[in-house]
Design a protein around this ligand. Sequence first.
Ligand code: IMP
Length: 191
Amino acid sequence: MNTLYFITGNKGKVHEATEKFRPLGINIRQKNLGYPEIQTDTLEDVAAYGVTHIQKQGIDHGFILEDAGIFIDGLQGFPGVYSSYVYHTIGLQGILDLLANTLKCTAVFRSVFAYAEPKGDPHFFIGECLGKILKEEKGSQGFGYDPIFIPDGSDRTFAQMDTSEKNQFSHRGKSLEKLYNFLNEKKFMKN
Ligand code: IMP
């Protein structure tokens, strides 16, 4: 099996990528190198900055990294690119409190993967998942906002799904699918 290095500190993301790629002959290996998450409006900018930072450290193999977030319509897209920070500060209950008086509970999860070689521009792969925010937490699997998000086409939260079911619906499942098609064309698996 070929190894693909995933630069992240998030074990949940690694688990989802591993489940998605294992049957396709790619072994995901986590590298928790850390990179600054700049303050900007788009996930692409955060991912691009991360790639440049990692390349400057002198990495000697190809790698992927991801920036993701949840954009809640009733909160004008908040927390969006700040999802990680907001999760670790006000948490899910803080988000539910902000939404207490709003009827608009639609939201979208976005994922942007970047694939890069030690030098050169990255390739981006984007996935989205539309859905709605619940009034309370449900389920215990997954991570982050999973207990309050129900994807369109299901009546259960991400936290009530196992990893392979979440991957069928999720933003990350979709961006990883595009990444896989790219790697397949590049003959990554046969290197
Ligand atoms: P980052 O991509 O590391 O900046 O993290 C984005 C944050 O968004 C995570 O820390 C989670 O709180 C949240 N998030 C991203 N993807 C998911 C997901 O699939 N489920 C639940 N929360 C997520």
